[in-house]
Design a protein around this ligand. Structure first.
Ligand SMILES: [Zn+2]
Length: 119
């Protein structure tokens, strides 16, 4: 049974766009590598900020960095899945090379493994 990659490509491209928007809300593309994202530096005015504000700002930066890492992982998985569509290997379990269940792809279009081999 052939997989309708056109449909999944659309889903993945939509997901990629959503992830890009989320990434932009907590981070920015690295100036040296557009595929790399870094957490936004905080815009705190060091002259007028008190210790409390500095501490809050650092917390926020660390939260952003954590969210960013998770988003970046998802973003790379979606990109990976899109690359597999181009290569013609989309929907194939990377663990044992057989077809990934359609229901699994429907639930998670960037899935790399079949239900048996998913983490
Ligand atoms: Zn498998």
């Amino acid at each position: 049974m052939a997989i309708d990659t056109t449909k999944f490509k659309k889903l993945l491209e939509k997901e990629l766009k959503t992830l890009e928007e989320e990434l932009e809300s907590v981070g920015q593309r690295s100036p040296s590598n557009p595929n790399d994202w870094e957490a936004k530096p905080n815009k705190l005015n060091a002259d007028s900020a008190d210790n409390m504000e500095v501490a809050e700002s650092i917390d926020e930066f660390e939260d952003n960095a954590g969210i960013l890492r998770q988003l970046e992982i998802q973003y790379n998985e979606v990109k990976h899945a899109l690359a597999k569509i181009d290569l013609g290997t989309y929907g194939i379990c990377e663990n044992n090379g057989h077809e990934i269940e359609l229901a699994r792809l429907e639930a998670s279009p960037s899935a790399k493994n079949c239900i048996k081999h998913m983490k």
